[in-house]
Write a protein that binds this ligand. Structure first.
Ligand code: NI
Length: 198
């Protein structure tokens, strides 16, 4: 499915209705993932509808976060839900203003389905941006939450987790990514469940 024509409705195997993601998630090899997204200029109803579609796409994947370029929209915003009971959130024009520490985590990405690598990044970050009402937001996050923000912000800068690997990881990764892209050419690859997908 391509485009934001609203929610599709499908059927699960047991006959129950299933809301389907309105957008297809772009995967590695798609040039849109390598471009820097532009600042959001209007926080309006149109953006809110885009966010609804992004959240549905994220839940359907399923992933912890989704950045707009992953559905082909070159704007600086992302959505997330860390399963902490607070639901889905949006950050518009985000910026990391402080970071500290170091933390290694097995990181995956919905745009690089089925692959993950241990990546070292700052452990604690302070991110600012705006919410869907246009209000300023300031969030301090650590470990998984901090990682999610850094990962999604990378997407807005056209950076994928394969660009964050050290030299030792990069050689194997190039082969794995090549094989993944061949597989994608042949048939859609479903993201594996249970990975730290974002
Ligand atoms: Ni990702």
């Amino acid at each position: 499915m391509v485009g934001g024509a609203g929610l599709g409705v499908g059927h699960r195997g047991d006959g129950s209705l299933l809301l389907m993601a309105p957008y297809e998630i772009r995967v590695i090899g798609d040039p849109v993932l390598k471009q820097r997204a532009v600042d959001v200029t209007d926080i309006d109803g149109r953006l809110a509808r885009l966010v609804e579609d992004m959240v549905q796409t994220m839940y359907d994947a399923p992933g912890l976060g989704l950045a707009a370029p992953q559905i082909g929209v070159q704007q600086r915003l992302f959505v997330w839900d860390l399963n902490d009971g607070t639901g889905a959130h949006t950050l518009v024009n985000p910026e990391i203003v402080e970071s500290a520490g170091e933390w290694s985590y097995l990181e995956g990405c919905l745009s690089v389905p089925g692959l993950s690598w241990e990546i070292v990044r700052p452990k604690d970050i302070h991110v600012v941006g705006r919410d869907l009402d246009g209000n300023e937001v300031s969030i301090e996050a650590t470990e998984l939450a901090g990682r999610m923000f850094q990962h999604e912000l990378d997407h807005l800068d056209g950076v994928l987790l394969v660009d964050r690997l050290d030299d030792d990881q990069a050689k194997d990764a190039r082969r794995q990514v090549r094989e993944l892209m061949w597989a994608i050419d042949e048939e859609p690859v479903a993201p594996r469940r249970g990975l730290s997908l974002r």
